[in-house]
Design a protein. Structure first.
Lengths: 466, 212
């Protein structure tokens, strides 16, 4: 029987397996940020242990970082201590860190690939659930808790059980104006936020093959919102072209050798999946979430659902509670919903292609007067620089957007960028949970193009309707 | 880690699906660099009527009387009864830390998010999966009978109901072993240091780019 991509990645990293299936697996790359590492470092110190392989680690502060250009440091003392603690721990052990002020600093899931620290065939972990992003490179990448962060630091390994195999096939081709974010939201809408629980998802099919690396990262980023710890995509020429020449990527003869090995990182034709979901790309329209879970999603032509129409009492209550929180009436047309905030950023959609997509919509228009704040937060210092070289920042600024410094920002509002109770935000991030972008804040997840169009129109709309 | 073997605990029912880690412990409390002290901020946005920030005196904050954790009959609960996909969202281990700090040692639900499920075992909390029908029935019983308690026996993998009924549950042998004995799995893994080094040698030869 053939093997799946996940089977291959798993087998290459197993050191030993117990009778009950519990395995010790080796971790090649450990990405570290300030929020989920301090207690792990503390654990190491207390036990008198040292990191097993310092060279496997790359650290960056991102969640707490202020994004306003005029702030010299972090005002909030609690946030500042967390970032300083990361600096100290990295200094102490000699761990590579892209600290505040380093042009390479940015969201951990943006900088890993950007630096080529994310390579095909690797096991990649980080104390952050969106580590699934890195699976776009044919890697086995997943988020871990802080105890596991400490475990990887101390042993370079994790104790895991193999997940089941799931494939999401996206056939055909996408309509113009439909992108990676719409694809992944449509998948979550179809299978639900627990649809991939216990599985590793491989995204495949002509639509995925036609995507750029950045689009593939957007898709894998939200595998966790579909319940799967890891999402992945087979290696092809697109993967190799993206990586060649990046700082951490191998060079010369080693590159050739690596590239040969990486081309094998795909599921065999006769591989068997425990679960398979098939979508037709042509059926997918731009998506907008209306509730407080990413599965509460419809398309731009849709309406807010009626809880009374649901058969299942738990679901009915969930929808009712979500509508009350979101301040929405059943039957409201998505196009009639009026956000007052727009956030373009996060590890889902803050790369250069996302900013180009948004800027193309915004160019020559102005932000609607009903919008209190429209933010663009690039994913890294290098993305920011690239965008400025292309003049994208001026397009945003001229239209009335704020152009900020890189970080997680309003994706989870741990820094000063947050919604106030009742604020409604069109956001390119990945979670619309209650309070995610600020207590009482209301989040609608959308693509960069739809967020940009909402900023201009003052309500959800397609770019061509502006 | 504290061992967990048997537990006779009061049950608190949290009757909503897809309870995410942002709800269990909101992000502003993640700025702490400690592992403890999260209990008072467990379910902060549901539990209090005002907006919580780190450093506040939680005892003087207005409680939301409608939230189940605030109801007199559930004070001192150590077993949380929940709905499907409990603990979805982020990988933050602050979620089990907050539950543990509050006093929860066992969570019963029809399903859990993977990372959260894993994080529970690392923090001496036992997550138990029962099918929807059993969970529904437990919700009914808890609502009907104030002071409803369950007896969890991890070594035997059973939960005893007050009426004498016994439910059995699944748990992976390795996880059970660690929980029952309160084992730190870093120590266990380091016993395999030789095997890890051998693996590294082999991989360095096969795929040197992974080590540069
Ligand atoms: S951008 Fe948002 S989802 Fe991504 S790592 Fe930061 S906080 Fe997490």
């Amino acid at each position: 029987m053939g093997k799946t991509l996940y089977d291959k990645l798993w087998e290459q990293h197993v050191i030993s397996t117990e009778d009950d299936g519990t395995s010790l697996i080796y971790i090649d790359r450990h990405l570290v940020h300030e929020v989920t590492s301090p207690q792990a470092f503390e654990g190491l110190h207390l036990a008198g242990r040292k990191p097993w392989r310092i060279g496997s680690m790359v650290a960056v502060p991102d969640h707490n970082i202020p994004t306003t250009t005029d702030s010299a440091g972090i005002d909030d003392p609690v946030s500042r201590l967390q970032v300083e603690t990361l600096d100290q721990n990295c200094n102490h052990f000699g761990i590579t860190e892209f600290g505040m002020g380093d042009p390479r600093q940015g969201i951990v899931h943006v900088i890993g690939p950007e630096q080529g620290a994310t390579l095909p065939g690797m096991t990649i972990v980080c104390g952050d659930s969106h580590t699934s992003t890195h699976g776009a490179f044919g890697a086995l990448a997943f988020g871990i808790g802080t105890s596991e962060v400490e475990h990887v630091m101390a042993t370079q390994c994790l104790i895991q059980r193999k997940s089941k195999n799931m494939r999401v096939l996206v056939n055909g081709a996408l309509k113009p104006g439909v992108g990676a974010k719409d694809v992944v939201l449509a998948v979550i809408g179809k299978i639900g936020t627990a649809g991939g629980t216990g599985h590793a998802i491989e995204f495949a099919g002509p639509v995925i093959e036609a995507m750029s690396m950045e689009a593939r990262m957007t898709v894998c980023n939200m595998a966790i919102e579909a319940g799967a710890r890891s999402g992945m995509i087979a290696v092809d020429q697109v993967t190799l072209d993206y990586l060649e020449g990046r700082p951490y990527a191998p060079t010369g003869e080693l590159w050739e050798k690596a590239a040969d090995a990486w081309r094998e990182l795909k599921s065999d034709d006769d591989a068997v999946f425990d679960l398979e979901v098939v979508l037709d790309g042509a059926d997918i329209l731009p998506q907008v979430t209306w509730g407080t879970s990413p599965q509460m999603v419809t398309d731009i032509d849709g309406t807010v659902p009626d809880p009374a129409a649901s058969e299942d009492p738990v679901a009915r209550e969930g929808i009712g509670r979500a509508l009350a929180y979101m301040g929405l009436e059943a039957g409201t047309r998505i196009r009639d919903i009026r956000p007052d905030h727009v956030f373009i950023g996060s590890c889902t959609n803050s790369r250069i292609e996302d900013l180009r997509e948004a800027a193309a919509v915004v160019r020559g228009h102005h932000v609607d007067p009903g919008i209190k704040l429209a933010l663009v937060v690039p994913g890294s210092g290098l993305v920011k620089r690239q965008a400025e070289e292309e003049g994208l920042h001026q397009v945003f600024i001229d239209a009335g957007f704020e152009w900020r410094n890189p970080g997680c920002s309003m994706c989870l509002a741990m820094n000063a960028d947050r919604l106030e109770p009742g604020d409604r935000c069109a956001s390119t991030s990945n979670r619309n949970f209650e309070g995610r972008q600020g207590q009482g804040g209301r989040t609608h997840l959308v693509s960069p193009a739809i967020a940009a169009a909402a900023a201009i129109a003052g309500h959800f709309a397609l770019p061509e309707e502006l | 880690m504290e061992p967990l073997t048997v537990l006779d605990g009061l049950v608190v029912p949290l009757d909503r699906a897809n309870v995410d880690t942002d709800a269990i412990i909101p992000k502003q409390f993640l700025k702490s660099i400690k592992r403890s002290g999260f209990g008072p901020n467990l379910f902060d946005e549901w539990r209090y009527l005002d907006h919580g920030e780190p450093g506040m005196d939680n005892d003087s904050r207005p409680l939301n009387p409608d939230f189940v954790l605030n109801q007199a009959r559930y004070q001192g609960a150590s077993i949380l009864l929940a709905r499907e996909n409990f603990g979805c969202g982020s990988s933050r281990e602050h979620a089990p830390w907050a539950l543990m700090d509050y006093g929860i040692r066992c969570i019963i639900a029809p399903s859990f998010a993977d990372i959260f499920y894993n994080n529970c075992f690392k923090n001496a909390i036992l997550p138990v999966v029962f099918n929807d029908k059993i969970v529904d029935d437990l919700f009914f019983r808890v609502f009907e009978h104030p002071g409803y308690r369950l007896q969890v026996d991890l070594p035997a993998q059973t939960i005893a109901l007050p009426d004498g009924q016994q439910l059995t549950f699944d748990v992976e042998p390795f996880r059970k072993h660690c929980l029952v004995n309160g084992l730190d799995d870093i120590g266990l893994t380091l016993e395999k240091a030789e095997a890890i080094k051998q693996y590294e040698q082999r991989r360095k030869a096969e795929a040197p780019w992974l080590f540069s």
